[in-house]
Design a protein around this ligand. Structure first.
Ligand code: ADP
Ligand code: MG
Length: 682
């Protein structure tokens, strides 16, 4: 018997060059191969007589070869082979392109099983390049439910099929990790049968059953992993904070905190006094005032003699946090410093020295904070802002700079509960469900191109009244084939033809960090009237004087993303507006955008977005931090996820520390899954 960890090169027919092709699919070991699951199936089980074949409906049939295949060389790179086959019910002409080697196998007078799609009309019928097998061969591509695998250049479905079949014949499938009673309760196949049946199902139903089991298994491993992390953290100890008086902090604030902010701060303070590391997520809609909650936490850490670090996903955001936090905390005698990648090497070194010496107490920065050369004197609290932009890996890398520091995670993406459990299942949650007083909801409108003149007039009106506007475009530069507003072009058009007397700025992700920063700070200082930008402004930027946001080609964005963008306005006292433009005529698309005009409740929007687009798009393509699932699909398998979560929670309570083969196997699998998701286990 071979082992799951053996390289696939021990299989017949897989040498170094084939192995390379498999490597492109991340398949290195027999286990990888056995866990390379089909993306779908073709039911090739039914065999029909030739006269029952239907145009455009693929089917299997058994037929005899009626002549010797003839190959004509048409031109360089094009060989056509023709052969006629027949059964008792009829004859059929087959045509193959560039398959001389294959068709050489078809022998005059012998019977084969074919699988193909009939084409033709009253002029005559035929079939192009059907798959075929000798009738005495083991069914590989005909007479079966055929798994369709994800492939890569040079690697055929049949090649994967053969390799998988060989692997299954020489080694055991991954060990059973789901307890018997759980399997019985949820009607789930045993591991051995499921891993076999997912590749070699006897029927489409069996394939479904196998898939169901494997989805459950992935979720089970994942949720058990989160539960274990949580349990492990609960055993860690850290000196409880004793100085918890926030009076000075509160009186330094330029406003009264909302009830939700106070509640969140209270929850944080309780965590910090408990003597175990805090792991808390603060989730709150855009503008709900998360920064002040973070500031309170930092204040407490510093009062208790530790350093606090706050990591933001962009330089602009880091600088903005730095500005507002130093304004607030410096008068309280706290030393706040900034560390970002674009600072001069000299400044970086100086700052790092201050951090290492413990002179810097609150350090705001980008992922420069995580870099090896940043060493903290005594990091007691780690805050990550806009957490969905960071992977679990980065979060724990920063945490690794201290000894079991407290963790505070801030997310402006109101994510549906189920997904929150997935991404943050190991965290406690505080929700800011209240906006600071006096905020009026942002009025949102959906319009088409016929409103262009009115939009421009409206922009001018806002500017005349002393306010500023954002114009968001889906693309940076002109894009062939896609009729999308490009920020560079549109900024030029607006400045040169529409708003010649106004100051139009441009901001996009392809600009250099320093350039972006100077544009942004000019806008924040009121030195630009209209800022044409891409979604780089989506995250966190705070310019309360901006009262209008125009989002061009709004149909190109997800609802949650639009909601985030819209959150850039309505941050001050003045009434704010958001105009969505779209020339899309699709009814569903328009309904989706209208939903945004009707509600400003981020959680409702998130639920709707998840329902419409699925979690992949929900977080955008840059999303990281979600686990990499092989079979499970978060948008359709939420019910299974919930079941698996319940089952694994029970497992942790009853067998989490057991030393049984099953429990050990499960712990091994948990480690594997998290390694694949580039997270760490602490
Ligand atoms: P977010 O939750 O989106 O990160 P911020 O922390 O950036 O929100 O706060 C948004 C704006 O609201 C900031 O200008 C901030 O100073 C202000 N703000 C925060 N809390 C309050 C409050 N309790 N009362 C009034 N304004 C507040
Ligand atoms: Mg924020």
């Amino acid at each position: 018997m071979a082992r799951l960890s053996d390289p696939i090169t021990i299989l017949k027919g897989i040498g170094p060059s084939k192995a390379k092709q498999f490597a492109a699919l991340n398949i290195f070991t027999l286990e990888d191969l056995i866990c390379h699951f089909p993306r779908g199936y073709e039911d090739r089980t039914k065999i029909v007589p030739i006269e029952k074949l239907e145009v455009d409906v693929p089917a299997c049939f058994k037929a005899m070869v009626m002549n010797t295949p003839r190959t004509a060389h048409i031109r360089k790179g094009l060989d056509i082979t023709k052969v006629t086959v027949a059964d008792y019910s009829g004859r059929l002409n087959l045509t193959f392109f560039n398959q001389k080697f294959t068709t050489d196998q078809l022998q005059y007078g012998k019977e084969y099983i074919f699988y193909g799609t009939l084409s033709g009309d009253y002029m005559g019928y035929g079939m192009t390049s059907p798959a075929f097998e000798a009738i005495d061969s083991a069914p590989l591509t005909t007479r079966r439910v055929l798994p369709i695998y994800p492939l890569t250049a040079g690697l055929s479905n049949a090649a994967v099929l053969k390799a998988v079949r060989q692997a299954l014949s020489i080694c055991d499938v991954p060990a059973e990790i789901i307890p018997d009673d759980v399997r019985a309760e949820y009607g789930i196949l045993p591991a051995e049968r499921a891993y076999y049946a997912i590749h070699e199902p006897a029927s489409m139903q069996e394939a479904e059953m196998a898939k169901k089991r494997l989805i459950f298994e992935e979720f089970f491993v994942f949720s058990a992993g989160l539960a274990l992390m949580r349990a492990k953290r609960a055993t860690k100890q850290t000196p409880p904070y004793t100085k918890t008086d926030l009076t000075a902090f509160y009186s330094a604030l330029p406003f009264t905190l909302t009830g939700a902010q106070r509640r969140a701060i209270g929850e944080i303070a309780t965590d910090l006094q408990r003597g175990a590391p805090m792991n808390r997520l603060v989730q709150g809609d855009v503008g709900s005032g998360k920064t002040m909650v973070a500031a309170a936490a930092a204040y407490l850490a510093i009062q208790n003699g530790h350093q606090a670090a706050m990591m933001a996903p962009t330089e602009i955001l880091a600088e903005q946090h730095y500005a507002s936090l130093s304004k607030l905390l410096t008068p309280l005698g706290i030393s706040v410093c900034l560390l970002t990648g674009s600072m001069t090497p000299k400044n970086k070194t100086l700052t790092r020295e201050a951090i290492a010496a413990g002179q810097a107490q609150l350090i705001v920065g980008t992922h420069a904070l995580v870099s090896e050369s940043t060493v903290f004197a005594d990091l007691g609290l780690v805050i990550t802002d806009e957490q969905h932009r960071f992977g679990v890996g980065q979060r724990s890398a920063l945490a690794g700079k201290g000894t079991d520091p407290h963790l505070l995670v801030m997310s402006a993406t109101p994510i549906p509960r189920t997904l929150a459990l997935l991404m943050y299942g190991d965290l406690d949650v505080s929700i800011l469900d209240e906006l600071p007083p006096g905020r009026e909801p942002v009025d949102t409108f959906l319009v088409d191109e016929s409103y262009r003149a009115r939009i421009n007039n409206f922009i001018r009106k806002q500017v005349t009244e002393g306010h500023q506007c954002y114009v968001v475009c889906p693309a940076v530069a002109e894009n062939d084939g896609l009729d999308l507003k490009a920020a560079e072009v549109w900024a030029g058009t607006l400045q040169q033809t529409v708003f010649t007397d106004l100051r139009v700025g441009l901001l996009h992700g392809q600009m250099k960090g320093a350039e972006k920063d100077s544009v942004m700070s000019r806008f924040a200082a009121g030195d630009a009237d209209v800022l044409v930008a891409t979604t780089v402004i989506e995250v966190g930027v705070d310019v309360p004087n901006a009262t209008l946001m125009v989002i061009e080609d709004a149909d190109r964005f997800g609802l949650s993303q639009l909601h985030q963008l819209r959150g850039r306005v309505g941050r001050g006292k003045a009434k704010s507006y958001c105009i969505l433009t779209s020339h899309n005529k699709n009814h569903e698309t328009l309904q989706r955008l209208k939903a945004l005009c009707k509600t400003t409740d981020g959680f409702k929007i998130a639920e709707e977005d998840l329902r419409l687009r699925g979690p992949g798009d929900f977080f955008g393509s840059r999303q990281s931090g979600l686990p990499v699932f092989r079979v499970a699909n978060l948008s359709c398998d939420l019910a299974t996820l919930k079941a698996a979560q319940a089952a694994s929670a029970h497992w942790i309570d009853t067998a989490g520390t057991a030393n049984t083969p099953e429990a050990n196997a499960l712990r091994g699998r948990i480690a594997q899954l998290f390694a694949r998701s580039q997270g760490t286990m602490n």
